[in-house]
Design a binder for this molecule. Structure first.
Ligand code: 4NP
Length: 154
């Protein structure tokens, strides 16, 4: 069976999307699913996730400490089957690199949980927040990934 490839995208690829990558990966079979993440901006290329994302993941048994930030590139539309964005800016920036309807149809809002029609529910950036914001970010990601993983496993 063909492996399903999923990309999580946020702005910096250090707070939300690496957490989403780690959480979804923990819920899916490694042979059947490939999970990755990227940012729309290059501020943090090669950096580890934000300490607070590593910390909150660790609280819940998810180790994302070895991940490294990279930028979303247009080739990702070919490499991935599903591209999950966190907010409307991510959505706009990702779509600005797409050149076909087929590519556009791969892009979903994480918090929409593959529901249709698209609601464009946003997961706010916790970068300027505190640990509490990282905990609520984690919990929102976990809830969305539970729904998405159960839909994709069928
Ligand atoms: P992320 O959060 O998009 O969830 O990784 C951010 C990380 C860094 C910056 C902005 C958002 N920054 O401006 O450096």
């Amino acid at each position: 069976m063909k492996q399903i490839r999923i990309l999580m995208v946020c702005l910096g690829n250090i707070c939300r999307s690496p957490l989403a990558e780690g959480v979804l990966r923990s819920m899916l079979d490694k042979n059947s699913f490939l999970i990755d993440s990227a940012g729309t901006a290059g501020y943090h290329i090669g950096d580890s996730p934000d300490k607070r994302s590593i910390w909150v993941g660790k609280q819940y048994g998810i180790d994302i400490s070895s991940l490294k930030a990279r930028v979303f590139v247009k080739e990702d539309f070919e490499r991935f089957d599903y591209i999950f964005v966190m907010d409307k800016n991510n959505y706009r920036d990702v779509l600005s690199l797409s050149n076909s309807q087929e590519h556009k149809e791969k892009v979903f809002f994480l918090l929409d949980k593959l529901n249709t029609p698209m609601e464009m529910k946003e997961l706010p950036d916790p970068y300027y927040g505190d640990e509490k914001d990282f905990i609520s970010t984690y919990l929102a990601i976990k809830e969305a990934c539970e729904v998405i993983s159960s839909k994709l496993k069928i």
